[in-house]
Design a protein around this ligand. Structure first.
Ligand code: MN
Length: 203
């Protein structure tokens, strides 16, 4: 008599541990992004290259647990951004839109301080402060990037619809509208001189 026909194959329960002070997991490896993986991400590309030549620093890590990319699942993991700067611009993630543009995401800050920089396709932007205990809801349609403005590693836990997909290309071409730089010891958002003029000119 059972007629549960619309249900996809169900997964077994999954327990993944994340160390709240490192963000790392003893159960799954983290993907690493070093200075050499971030060509064009910082506004001063010459400074990034010079620094990479001295030491190819780890900038951030994150988890891809490999859950099936279907709408019934929720992908999750930690993002771990080191403290540092390239020519005054704070260490940050590449940032991305979701391929399914309208899908949202939640970030919960476990450690450190910084911002989640958001920007929609029209260039409307906001910077949501990240502090331990703060959760940020990223609505659909907004590109997002984590920026570490503190002295400690910035650790966030994220969750999103598992089939959302990652569009890194749009940000790689256009950048974010605003840059986060240190001025007089404080983080400040300034216009990105390459935003807009880069649109359509890079591939
Ligand atoms: Mn995302």
């Amino acid at each position: 008599m059972s007629t549960a026909t619309a249900c996809p194959p169900l997964l077994a329960p999954l327990l993944i541990r994340f160390d709240p002070t490192t963000g790392l997991s003893p159960d799954r490896p983290a993907l690493q992004r070093r200075l050499s993986d971030l060509a064009g991400v910082f506004v001063d590309e010459t400074a990034r290259q010079a620094r990479q030549a001295i030491n190819d620093d780890l900038v951030y890590e994150f988890h891809d647990l490999g859950l099936p990319e279907r709408s019934e699942e929720i992908a999750f993991g930690t993002s771990i951004v080191r403290a540092g700067q390239v020519a005054g611009e704070y260490f940050m993630t590449k940032g991305h839109f979701h391929t399914i543009l309208g899908t949202a995401e939640v970030y919960y800050c476990l450690q450190g301080e910084g911002f989640l920089l958001l920007e929609d396709q029209a260039g409307h932007w906001s910077a949501q402060p990240l502090r331990p205990g703060s959760a940020v809801y990223v609505p659909g349609g907004q590109a997002h990037r984590s920026i570490n403005t503190g002295a400690k590693t910035l650790i966030t836990f994220y969750a999103f619809r598992a089939d959302a997909g990652h569009d890194y290309g749009t940000i790689a071409r256009n950048g974010f509208r605003m840059l986060c730089v240190e001025r007089d010891g404080q983080p400040e958002f300034i216009p990105n001189p390459r935003w807009g003029s880069a649109r359509g000119n890079r591939d």
